[in-house]
Write a protein that binds this ligand. Structure first.
Ligand code: GDP
Ligand code: MN
Length: 387
């Protein structure tokens, strides 16, 4: 789960990471009010679940409350397109108004889970402000890392190593170590998958300050943190993803035009592979899960065909805990409800398969039956050429 910068900064502040004074605003008047409270030059920052706002016009400076009001008025209600959003962009419903900070030096600090090391890794770089992916690709030596052993926890010496590695010295080392330990604590206590400050700056007075903040939570750990639920903002997400979560369906949108519905993640991946091998591309990954019922199958079917990019559908069910007759009823219900008018190929094996076929046949829906996975993929690829 992603959250906004202003929410991430509130969390950072709770872990004693210094952030600029300011607050979120939902109207231009409120933005002017915050600018007046903060005083002097302020920065107005579009709150969207995407980075790259700086280059996209989502970060602007204002010298007076009036100017803050005007800029907020232009941002609020608009959609911001950055290289991380879709072409339609993300809606700007709130802006963060903060004291503008002059800082010549922009640093990077981030923590992610390193899956192969099986522990969190803290990364720091003196090349902050820019995309860390780009730094990693062009000058990887500029990123220094420390692994956090989950048993021992983050150690202060690691913080000092990171701090000196990015050129901090003297009186900046202690606060830098405190910031990094704060981030590690936040990461662990709230079940984050990512905590990132880019840029972390050294102000003219030599203070360290988080100018930007990004915090993502591990969805699988969210059940432990009911207090985080209220930070969710569905307006920033693809409506199909929101629906998938509502029905507890594992759905990931992809770029192709073959909609897939499969039970089981491994089978879903095998299905996507064979679609690719046959020369087409999957429009999604969709695993309805082992214990799906008729309702869930029908919802999943409707969900995947509601993506306008889907031009043909491949259903691949292995009937075990989910019986084929239940799957068939779900498919028929879903297909009827949306009056599906694109080719649908079904491959089904396992428990109650004959009854399943019968249900599909008797439905009168235009469904092609496949005897095995290869046959199914061939049929779905051919379906496009015919239509
Ligand atoms: P992102 O582009 O979405 O990652 O948004 P950031 O919050 O990182 O802002 C992008 C850039 O805007 C930063 O790297 C800074 O150079 C600049 N910026 C952000 N906040 C301030 C600020 O308070 N004052 C000044 N002068 N620049 C800022
Ligand atoms: Mn940033």
């Amino acid at each position: 789960m992603k959250i906004h910068e202003y929410q991430a900064k509130t969390l950072l502040a709770q872990y004693r990471v210094p952030v600029p004074p300011g607050r979120v605003a939902g109207t231009p008047q409120e933005a002017a009010e915050v600018a007046r409270e903060v005083g002097g030059r302020v920065v107005i920052k579009a709150q969207v679940h995407a980075g790259g706002r700086g280059k996209a016009g989502g970060i602007r400076l204002a010298d007076s409350p009036e100017e803050a009001e005007k800029i907020a008025g232009e941002m609020l209600g608009s959609r911001l397109v950055t290289h991380q959003t879709s072409a339609e962009g993300a809606p700007v419903n709130k802006v963060l108004v903060e004291k503008a900070v002059q800082a010549p030096k922009e640093l990077y600090l981030g923590i992610v889970i390193d899956g192969s090391a099986q522990m969190p890794v803290v990364m720091a770089s003196e090349a902050g402000g820019m995309e860390i992916e780009e730094v990693a690709a062009t000058t990887p030596e500029k990123i220094i890392k420390e692994y956090v052993d989950p048993v021992i926890g983050f150690q202060p010496f690691q913080g000092r190593r990171l701090a000196s590695g990015i050129g901090l010295e003297g009186k900046q080392v202690r606060p830098a170590v405190a910031i990094i330990s704060g981030l590690c604590k936040l990461m662990q206590e709230k079940g984050c998958s990512l905590v990132e400050i880019n840029p972390l700056v050294v102000t003219e007075d030599g203070e360290l300050l988080a100018l930007d903040a990004k915090v993502n939570f591990d969805d699988e750990a969210l059940f432990r943190h009911p207090e985080l639920q209220e930070l969710r903002d569905d307006s920033q997400e693809d409506p199909l993803d929101v629906k998938a979560r509502e029905y507890d369906i594992n759905y990931i949108k992809l770029d192709g035009d073959v909609g897939c519905m499969v039970n089981g993640a491994g089978l879903a991946m095998a299905t996507m592979d064979i679609i690719k091998i046959m020369g087409a591309s999957p429009a999604n990954f969709l695993d309805v899960g082992g214990g799906a019922n008729e309702e869930k199958i029908s919802q999943a079917f409707k969900l995947l065909v509601s993506d306008p990019k889907v031009k043909r559908v491949l259903v691949n069910i292995f009937g075990g805990i989910l019986r084929c007759d239940v799957a068939a009823r779900g498919i028929v219900a879903g297909a009827r409800e949306v009056a599906v008018d694109i080719p649908v190929v079904v491959r089904m094996r396992g428990t109650n398969v004959d009854e399943g076929w019968k249900i599909l046949e008797e439905s009168g829906l235009d469904i092609s039956f496949a005897s095995n996975l290869k046959d199914a993929a061939e049929k779905v690829v051919a379906a496009r050429q015919a239509s």
